[in-house]
Design a binder for this molecule. Structure first.
Ligand code: NAG
Ligand code: NAG
Ligand code: NAG
Length: 546
């Protein structure tokens, strides 16, 4: 049994990988594609007929209550950046298939999916979006309702439809107790086949990281452009390195001995397969610079070798964060500037990795230098630590931090705000000048985006998402300061508090502009630019095959 399992889980992906290089296998693939296309033709026609009927019904029912449309601007501004300067037709009326087997999960990945569909609907109103999902227990109305409640995203019902996959269990890790990575990849091939036998889309986009399913699509249907939005690489270069004896993480030292050798072989075989699969995806987006650099390392060399239409860059499309409310509730202008004092806030749970001690020490070092800030002649700077206290451990940590503040003789200038309400936090964001974050290697850092949206000048650790993605120059000028040691933090505070009023306000405005990249609108604009490429490809390929 074990042997069969072993061969099964290795053979299928290897055959698929070879299929891209061996012409006979490739034409077999196309033959299969041809067959799938024919057998799903009726369903396609039915679907399009249903879209037309629903559209008519929707129009006649909503004539009197025409909702206002705030998206006109996007339609005008967002597009036209395609490689050849072209711009896809607004009336494009094909079918876009979104491969997202767990679409009702309600997490960050789903927010991206729904945001993407809404942007596509607004820009190409004639297009039909179908979602391949394995959530049998919920129907379309229930899903759309949940999307509205959970994410406040209103999809246009007539042009979004759901196709139900029956083979989702093959991608669960519990189905593949051993060789899980490869097993799940086979699972995604099966699931992909399931999807294409339901309907062959005109454009196929994976939003959950099933690169193998996308590869299957380009094998079966070379004319169908493919896209992928990658949150996280299935295998990362860190993972391969971690097998080394000196490495970090759960697999440390497992590279030793013959089991270790086998494991390394297995992982590097899988990494190769993953690279080959990834190289055939036409348009790749990643959710952060970190993911982009990993995907570039893995897929880049293979993509360049293939060098066909897949030669444009892997784009970073940041997932949307809800910052609009902050922009509305926290003013950033001449008048509000007078209400801000020399306060530093650090909004973070009281967890060890948030590294509050460093901030306290840095603040102590700032105060002990007896600074004078001409902008704030009468006030002494103040540090405000805002966070939730979830359990006794957190409470102990807060107690210890208070002790530390006492030892550092800064007790009178440090305030702890535990379990603050949202209005309290808003109040502090209006009154403070600086936002601090001292976590090392944070993947993203939504809190820092919130600082920016509130116009705070950020002083953040020189690592991870805050460094690479968030506190970056805007219009060529800084939006905050990076620091690694408590001395550098103190220096960052000093610089931020010494900025002359005009420059300070300019930096706040840049910070807010920076946060705009993470709004729904910022996401939609970038998504549309990438979608535009896919549609241009689709039109070109259809023409050339006629
Ligand atoms: C990208 O996705 C990964 C995995 O879901 C997540 O950990 C990371 O925070 C995401 N990055 C951004 C910028 O949201
Ligand atoms: C690869 O790219 C180069 C430059 O972009 C182009 O001249 C060449 O024809 C491409 N090769 C193939 C096989 O497409
Ligand atoms: C900040 O990041 C650096 C690496 O860039 C790390 O060495 C340092 O310990 C971090 N500092 C804090 C306060 O987390």
């Amino acid at each position: 049994m074990g042997v069969v399992y072993f061969f099964l889980s290795f053979l299928a992906p290897v055959v698929l990988a070879y299929a891209f290089f061996v012409p006979t296998l490739r034409s077999l693939g196309e033959l299969a594609g041809h067959y799938l296309r024919r057998s799903s033709r009726t369903r396609r026609e039915l679907l399009l007929a249903r879209v037309a009927t629903e559209q008519k019904a929707y129009e006649s029912s909503s004539k009197q209550s025409k909702e206002e449309d705030d998206w006109e601007e996007i339609e005008r501004s967002a597009v036209g950046s395609a490689a050849n300067g072209g711009k896809a037709d607004k009336d494009w009326n094909g079918i876009v298939g979104f491969f997202h087997p767990f679409c009702n999960a309600g997490g960050g990945g789903e927010r991206v999916l729904w945001g993407a569909i809404r942007a596509t609907q607004k820009r190409w109103p004639e297009a039909t979006c179908v979602v391949y999902t394995g959530d049998h227990d919920v129907d379309k109305d229930a899903i759309l309702k949940r999307v509205k409640e959970r994410f406040n995203i209103h999809l246009h019902p007539p042009t979004v439809h759901f196709l139900y996959l029956t083979t989702r269990h093959y991608v669960l890790s519990s189905t593949w107790p051993r060789f899980t990575l490869l097993g799940q990849s086979i699972g995604s091939l099966i699931l992909g086949y399931d999807a294409f036998s339901l309907l062959v889309p005109d454009i196929f986009i994976d939003t959950m990281g099933y690169a193998f399913a996308v590869a299957l699509c380009s094998l079966f249907f070379p004319n169908v452009p493919t896209g992928a939005y990658v949150h996280y690489p299935t295998i990362s270069t860190d993972m391969l390195d971690s097998l080394d004896v000196g490495g970090k993480g759960v697999h440390t030292g497992q590279g030793a001995g013959y089991r270790g050798v086998a494991k390394r072989q297995y992982w590097s075989l899988f990494a190769k397969l993953y690279c080959v699969m990834g190289s055939c995806i036409d348009v790749v987006m990643t959710n952060s610079t970190w993911t982009q650099s990993h995907i570039k390392t893995l897929w880049g060399p293979y993509r360049n070798r293939r060098n066909s239409t897949t030669d444009h860059d892997i784009d970073v499309v940041f997932p949307p964060v809800a910052v609009e409310e902050l922009e509305r509730d926290v003013p950033v202008d001449e008048e509000s500037e007078q209400k801000r004092g020399p306060a530093l806030i650090y909004i973070a749970q009281f967890r060890p990795e948030k590294n509050h001690q460093v901030v306290l020490r840095a603040f102590a070092s700032l105060l002990s230098s007896n600074p004078s800030f001409p902008e704030y002649p009468k006030e002494t700077p103040k540090l405000v630590l805002i966070g939730s206290v979830r359990d006794p451990d957190d409470a102990t940590r807060v107690y210890n931090l208070r002790l530390l503040a006492h030892e550092l003789h800064i007790k009178e200038h440090v305030e702890f705000v535990c379990d603050a309400t949202w209005p309290q936090m808003l109040d502090w964001m209006r009154r403070a000048s600086i936002g601090v974050n001292s976590m090392w290697n944070e993947h993203f850092g939504i809190g820092v985006v919130e600082y920016q949206a509130a116009g705070l000048i950020s002083v953040v650790n020189d690592s991870g998402g805050p460094k690479l993605d968030i506190v970056v120059p805007i219009d060529g000028k800084p939006t905050g300061f990076h620091a690694s040691t408590s001395e550098e933090y103190a220096e960052g505070f000093r610089k931020a508090l010494s900025l002359p009023r005009k420059e300070r306000l300019a930096m706040r405005r840049r910070a807010r502009k920076s946060a705009n990249r993470f709004t729904d609108r910022g996401f939609a604009e970038k998504w549309i630019a990438n979608m535009d490429q896919l549609i241009l490809l689709q039109v070109a390929r259809t023409k050339s095959s006629d």
